[in-house]
Design a protein around this ligand. Structure first.
Ligand SMILES: [Ca+2]
Ligand SMILES: [Ca+2]
Length: 371
């Protein structure tokens, strides 16, 4: 679901986009339940130690060379299989070292930014007729997309059965006007469009990670594992991430301890000390989305510090400008959208937020600090 689709022409546009996707992606994918380690070579971290101590709330990610991507092809979504093909082929990438936020940016942190700057997020702004010339006037209402459980089990082929455009939903009111941030200060901020994340990062003296930086960090120094913490969703009886258990999208059993979003850092960190890189909320990264990015890169040699393609293209919605999302969310389930798998990719139109999408930032070394 994108902001434009909702505001301009709800039903027709969604039907068209789903049809287009089905035409493009009708080849069935084989069911593979574990990564093929042979596609992955060991991660080779840079040996240099960070200069000085870590900025508040950040950890050092050494950078180095690693195998990026996913060869897990079991993903299906909206009844369409093979969606993780955009994370193929696995290819070799090098990134410089950087600092990274330990956690997703929280409501407390975003509130400090807004208090200091008066920034108004996109979900809080009333859409204008100039922006959406074909929209009926009654649709020009500020809001954002909110997950709503279905009353009964439904086929997983139409996300309008569990997503709604909620007037008045934004980061201060995650489920709409009747909700607020009381007791949610340490929850990740949500309903954040791409520019809202960039504005925060610039204020904080940071930036968004590239997709390659995010994945290097998320793998925690390991290579070819299915998840950011290993190869099993449950370790020693403990769920390792905030995802969705039960029957999607009807009921979440909260077997992992949380139905819906969780405060940050309630699950074990990965090998670099990062929390919630798998699950809780999706995270914006700075690369434009194209499904063929990895194929274009994997023509030989190690790709150094890739920043993504020059322009976006998603064949399912070719007029929408999308950037990459990573890590999956509390709505990801083994039945649907298994993108808590560490090498897999998501995507989103840049002005569209939702109640399961947030971000975290990185801080590169000054040029003089590079080894
Ligand atoms: Ca959960
Ligand atoms: Ca996350």
């Amino acid at each position: 679901m994108t902001r434009r689709v909702v505001i301009v022409a709800v039903v027709a546009a969604v039907a068209a986009s789903l049809t287009a996707y089905m035409v493009i992606r009708k080849k069935p994918a084989p069911v593979v339940e574990s990564a093929r380690p042979s596609d992955f070579l060991a991660t080779v971290p840079n040996p240099a130690q960070p200069p000085g101590s870590a900025p508040d709330g950040m950890v050092w990610i050494p950078g180095g060379e690693f195998s990026m991507g996913s060869n897990v092809e079991s993903e299906s979504m909206c009844g369409l299989s093979g969606l993780t093909a955009d994370a193929l082929p696995v290819h070799r990438v090098y990134v410089d070292g950087f600092w990274m936020d330990r956690t997703e940016v929280t409501n407390r942190e975003y509130a400090a930014f807004v208090a200091a700057t008066g920034y108004v997020t996109i979900a809080e702004r009333t859409p204008t007729q100039e922006e959406f010339p074909t929209a009926p006037p009654e649709n020009l209402v500020a809001g954002s997309t909110v997950f709503t459980p279905a009353q009964v089990p439904v086929p997983l082929d139409n996300y309008f059965q569990w997503w709604r455009y909620q007037h008045g939903a934004n980061w201060r009111h995650p489920e709409g006007p009747g909700s607020d941030l009381s007791g949610r200060e340490d929850h990740p901020v949500v309903h954040i469009a791409y520019d809202d994340a960039v504005a925060y990062a610039e204020w904080a003296g940071k930036r968004l990670p590239t997709e390659a930086e995010w994945e290097f960090a998320a793998r925690g120094g390991a290579a070819g594992e299915l998840y950011a913490w290993g190869d099993s969703l449950v370790q020693s009886g403990r769920w390792m991430a905030n995802i969705y258990e039960g029957r999607f999208p009807v009921y979440d059993t909260a077997a992992d301890g949380f139905a819906g979003v969780a405060p940050v850092a309630k699950f074990p960190p990965n090998g670099y000390g990062l929390y919630d890189v798998g699950g809780n909320v999706w995270e914006w990264v700075s690369d434009w989305y194209r499904p063929d990015t990895y194929a274009a890169r994997a023509v030989g040699g190690v790709v150094r510090n890739p920043r993504g393609p020059d322009s976006p293209f998603d064949p399912s919605e070719p007029t929408e400008k999308k950037r990459v999302h990573r890590g999956g969310s509390f709505l990801c389930t083994s039945e649907y959208c298994t993108r808590y798998m560490v090498g897999t990719r998501g995507k989103g139109e840049v002005t569209t937020g939702s109640n399961h999408l947030g971000f975290r930032c990185v801080k590169p070394l000054p040029e003089s600090g590079r080894s």
